[in-house]
Design a protein around this ligand. Structure first.
Ligand code: CP3
Length: 354
């Protein structure tokens, strides 16, 4: 099937584009009133994820409002531990929680990687429904959490500020943590490959909590497992390359190492300067980012200035996918998102030839 808008895939392949492509992490979600209406109809967030038509509807919602260059599957990174029977539930204001956290070697031993096509079939159904409804407008991004980030939720039993349980395991029983990460790397590889077979045209690995680790711990407990996943992914499907983006929040200091694991793109949060990042990775990978999501609380003028600054920092030429440096806040005024996308459309063509 032909793709009407392939800017996002071209930028990841470091090919020329007419303007810098853009999508936003968490682009479907609570800042959109139409999302809140569908979630209410579904009953809960997980019910929404499990309903292919509703998951498709909310995936397309941001594309109806804004001229974005990619869609991202509506789902969550915690579908894998949910399929491992940890008892996922959401508490208003506290975030995701697990009824049965995995705290020791015995619990880790008992875990098995889910069979994605069987145990997470609702995700694959959502992917194929979205692909059909997109009808070639823009590419569809699939995603997963990194093994380390999934492990933080599974071991802590919910969100954490200090990661004391999972870091307790890291320093107290590293072999057990390695076993958990090994199981998760197998699960993530299988999950992403199933999404690709179902129709995902690019995939992103969210390593939200990699930046909480020391440098050697990051390399051994997060990056090594993402490298393993990248090496195990289907890289060509339906005659087209399927690019992989790796995003470690707060991973700017490890950029060169991240660029070496074989991914096509590296996501940056807002703390690393685009131009410096580009100089450091050269033409090894494309870069994605990195507007501070909080800039969307500024005026349209401030937003435009920030977009201009980031485009200028990256400089002319290919290999840049514009994005936020992390997920969009649920409190973001919608007109400011519009101002962001308009500024990018107006300012970015001058950085590309033709
Ligand atoms: O980008 C997209 O639009 C695709 C959908 C998406 C969601 N979660 C939907 C969602 C993606 C890519 C994610 C990834 C995710 N989920 C991450 C990694 C990315 C990041 O932001 O760092 C993490 C850490 C999670 C775990 C998770 N799920 C959290 C922390 C929350 C918020 C809980 C809360 O109460 O604030 C969720 C739930 C969730 N996932 C929501 C959405 C739209 C909100 C659910 C709701 O409607 O109430």
């Amino acid at each position: 099937m032909t793709l009407e808008n392939d800017r996002f895939l071209r930028a990841l392949a470091r090919q020329d584009v007419d303007r810098t492509p853009v999508w936003m992490m968490r682009q479907a979600g609570r800042y959109l009133p139409e999302y809140l209406r569908v979630r209410k109809q579904a009953g809960s967030f997980m019910d929404l994820c499990r309903n292919r038509d509703m998951a498709c509807e909310v995936t397309l919602q941001p594309l109806e409002r804004f001229d974005l260059d990619a869609a991202i599957l509506f789902s969550d990174i915690l579908t894998i531990p949910d399929a491992m029977d940890l008892g996922l539930y959401f508490v208003q204001g506290e975030g995701p929680m697990f009824k049965r956290p995995v705290r020791d070697a015995a619990a880790i031993n008992a875990l098995k990687a889910p069979d994605a096509e069987r145990d997470l079939d609702y995700v694959m159904n959502a992917v194929s429904t979205i692909r059909r409804e997109l009808n070639g407008r823009v590419p569809l991004i699939g995603f997963s959490g990194s093994p380390w980030t999934l492990a933080t939720y599974m071991v802590e039993g919910g969100p954490s500020k200090d990661f004391r349980h999972v870091k307790g395991l890291l320093y107290g029983d590293p072999a057990a943590l390695h076993q958990l990460l090994e199981t998760l790397a197998t699960a993530v590889t299988d999950y992403l490959n199933a999404q690709i077979r179902a129709g995902a045209q690019a995939v992103q690995i969210f390593d939200t909590w990699g930046g909480a680790l020391s440098t050697p711990a990051y390399k051994a407990f997060s990056l090594a497992y993402m490298e393993k996943i990248v090496r195990g992914l289907i890289r060509e499907h339906d005659g087209r390359r399927v690019p992989v983006i790796v995003f470690t929040k707060n991973g700017g200091q490890w950029l060169e190492s991240i660029a070496d694991i074989g991914a096509d793109g590296v996501g940056l949060d807002w703390t690393t300067e685009m131009g410096d990042a580009r100089a450091r990775v050269g033409d090894r990978v494309a870069l994605q980012g990195n507007l501070d999501p909080s800039a969307l609380f500024g005026s349209p003028k401030v937003i435009r200035d920030e977009v201009a600054r980031i485009l200028e920092s990256y400089g002319p030429g290919n290999g840049h996918v514009f994005n936020l440096g992390h997920g969009i806040s649920q409190f973001t005024p919608i007109e400011n998102v519009q101002a962001f996308i308009e500024a990018l459309h107006e300012l970015s063509p001058q950085y590309h030839r033709g």
